[in-house]
Design a protein around this ligand. Sequence first.
Ligand code: 5AD
Ligand code: SF4
Length: 427
Amino acid sequence: MKKNSYFIKVYGCQMNEYDKGIIKALMTKKGFIYTEKNYEIIIYLTCAVREHAVKRLKGNLRSEKKYVRVVAGCLSEMLKENLIKEKLAEIVVSPTAYKVLPEKIEDFLKTHENLFISGENYESYEDIIPEVKGKSSYITIMRGCNNFCSYCIVPYVRGKERYKSYKSIRKEAMALVENGIEEIFLIGQNVLAYRWEDFDFISLLEEISLLPNLLRIGFLTSHPFDLTRNIIKRMSNIKKLIRYMHLPFQSGSNRILKAMRRKYSIEEYLDKIYFLKEIMPDAYISTDIIVGFPGEEESDFEKTIDVVKKVRFDSAYMFIYSDRPFTTSRLMKNKIPYEVAHKRFETLLALQNKITKEKAFETVQNKPIEIFPFKKKGDMFLGKMWNNRIVAFSGQVNEKGLTPVILKEVRGWTPSGYSIINKEENK
Ligand code: 5AD
Ligand code: SF4
């Protein structure tokens, strides 16, 4: 075991993946060493959004007692000192207190006193350049959420919305590009809510996309309520934009959407999706769906199925509803028995899997397309299309920028093919 060495395990969403880079930058400054083997300290970036994730994490915490266990992320805000009382962690740190984490770990190594570190809800980590590997990076531009969907724990554990300043985002993006990053994703619980002085989200996206040497820019996640025709049009004019839209619809039934406090009707949602498809026919559209929300009847579920058939999402994240602390839906009386919800889930999953696969086949065309390679896997490369769909290919690759590839088949779920550059010939 190396002294002062640590490892970070990420559960949950991209927000945690980004925070991994922030914590690494802060830990490096204090002399800690990141390693994937023989570490002394393990930092868990946890998720509290669904019950399932919490159970899995607790199992892991129990079996990893030999390390100094630091629990960060959303679960630390949900369970606070209880994680220490349950002997599941030595240190628990709120997602808003990472700046003091390295010095608190130092204290712990000296005193062996467990501690819970609470933070300030306005923290948005300005002026820290995350430590990242590879060619792609996230930038968290906003934190928290003001929407209070009735099933969701996020506003309670992540707090009110706050936004990173335009200046700081620009500085961070420039530093990342200078370090070799070619692709940036602007992320937040609902990026469309971004506001900073004269900037709203779309103007931020337009501005950052203009940075020289930045090849591709994307964003995640958007609340369909805040998406307008005007925004879609302006997006379609951004040359470097990754045509990938994650637009959670959650349920196809207006009655359920109302109980979820989603602020749109399914007709309004579909109207935006159809407009999007018209303006950006090549866009990859994904979504989130919850089945078994309290009060969901078979007829409501059928409406969800109907939307999936109509839109034909490229992919979908599908969940069985679970009660979460603090939320208002947990107090609703008409809960759906697990077996019923599970059966609906299986039906939905089978349908979406079929569509996901068909969509993968649709990308196989006998013409070269531009691929952004990001990883070598055996003797193949993994890369991403302009709409962020992952593909695999053999042959040679351009170290920087894009590689032309012909896709010829689908292996498993992944379109695959070969690159058509030949470096020898080009010499
Ligand atoms: N039960 C099931 N799924 C949930 N999600 C959020 N809260 C719950 C819950 N209580 C899902 C939503 C959201 C995604 C991140 O997680 O679909 O969009
Ligand atoms: Fe949760 Fe709704 Fe906010 Fe998304 S918009 S984080 S589902 S409260």
